[in-house]
Design a protein around this ligand. Structure first.
Ligand SMILES: Cc1ncc(COP(=O)(O)O)c(C=O)c1O
Length: 378
């Protein structure tokens, strides 16, 4: 069963698995990966250093100490950084600033389901672009841009749900299309700091004025912080900061941004990231080992494994067989998969021994239901 400390109960946290269930559904760090002591220290230091200024309305773009360290890491200027309350909030802000109801957002056929729901709530219509083995197809992107487009929404690094990383050549090809068509790109880079190997430059490095890049501390420190940031060119930043939200409330998350700036400035954040990456990699390997020769991706970062099954399998049947074996998994159709069944497994929430046991239980359950016989080879 997924191990939750006592505070993890409904009414306090968003979601917990029912007792007895190993939950491989959610994409957030497990309780033992969240650095409670480090965050306690960070808030105390921020209050020591900034006193009542930490409890004031913060600078509209976000407190300079955080924007400075984030800018340095992203090779931009502090004026190019806006602090957000996380990627979900940033998507809503972008959807309401750069989109009008009825316009379209061009995005991958498979993608982050809840992010799509936010854009949908802004009244935007999603247009899905097919991918080949290297990522979104630039020719298909070009024709998808024919409509009344608000922006393109991409997640090229450790993509949710597939874990895929789009290579540099394809990144440049896609940007060549969006630049030529004058369409803004929103790059969701939620997992960028959680790589086990080097990754290509972010889209925003390749086209700083044409790409709005979204970062979040949800996956590295904890989603409860509700802290993220975006980088963008000056025109985009000016338009965003014209939103009434900033004039009324100032920084979207002031005290927390000061606390996190302390961790980054002191090197604590990078040391934490190093430990976190090692532990996530161990979790990925524990789950992969237990799944044996199932048709599964080996992601070089992020939180997710993506499993493919033959088209004669039923996705509902696979999810139900997993559930009967005491394991919760996410159906691929949630993320837009159609046709052959797919399943997403998250290795972020559970400890390695729990992941190994979940992987073995899934294998046995799916073997019994005949899923392995349908294994596909490409
Ligand atoms: C691709 C992607 N973007 C954004 C988020 C959510 O980010 P935040 O917690 O900063 O709102 C997630 C979480 O699952 C995600 O997978």
């Amino acid at each position: 069963m997924t191990h939750f400390p006592p505070g993890w109960r409904l009414g306090v946290v968003q979601e917990v698995a029912p007792p007895g269930v190993l939950d491989l559904g959610p994409g957030y760090p497990g309780p033992d990966l969240q650095p409670v002591e480090l965050v306690r220290y960070a808030y105390a230091r921020a209050l020591d250093e900034f006193g009542s200024a930490a409890l004031a309305y913060g600078d509209n773009a976000g407190a300079l100490p955080l924007r400075e360290v984030l800018a340095q890491r992203a090779f931009v200027e502090p004026a190019n950084v806006v602090v957000t309350a996380g990627t979900s909030q940033a998507l809503h802000l972008l959807g309401t600033t750069f989109g009008r109801p009825g316009q379209t957002v061009v995005t991958d056929r498979l993608g982050y389901d809840y992010g799509r729901a936010i854009l949908d709530s802004c009244g935007l219509r999603l247009v899905h672009v097919p991918a080949d083995s290297e990522g979104m197809d630039p020719v298909a992107l070009e024709s998808a841009l024919d409509g009344d487009v608000a922006f393109a929404y991409l997640n090229p690094t450790f993509h949710n749900p597939t874990g895929r990383v789009v290579g540099e050549r394809r990144r440049r090809e896609l940007l060549e299309v969006t630049r030529r068509r004058g369409v803004l790109v929103v790059e969701d880079d939620a997992y960028a700091e959680l790589g086990f190997a080097a990754v290509p430059p972010p889209l925003a490095r390749l086209d700083p004025d044409g790409v709005i890049r979204l970062g979040t501390f949800s996956k590295t420190l904890g989603p409860g912080l509700r802290l993220g940031w975006l980088t963008a060119g000056p025109a985009v930043v000016a338009r965003l900061l014209g939103h009434g939200l900033f004039h009324s409330g100032g920084s979207l998350n002031h005290l927390t941004s000061l606390a996190v700036s302390v961790l980054i400035a002191q090197g604590e954040y990078d040391r934490h990231l190093e430990r976190l990456r090692v532990r996530l990699r161990g979790r990925r390997d524990a789950l992969l080992d237990a799944l044996g020769d199932l048709d599964v991706t080996t992601p070089e970062g992020g939180f997710f494994l993506w499993l493919r099954f033959g088209s004669s399998q039923s996705e509902n049947g696979l999810v139900a067989a997993a559930s009967q074996a005491g394991v919760r998994v996410a159906a691929g159709s949630r993320f837009g998969a159609s046709g052959a069944p797919r399943v997403r497994l998250s290795y972020s929430l559970n400890r390695p021994e729990e992941l190994a046991s979940a992987g073995r239980a899934l294998r046995t359950a799916w073997e019994r239901s005949g899923a392995l016989a349908e294994r596909i080879s490409s």
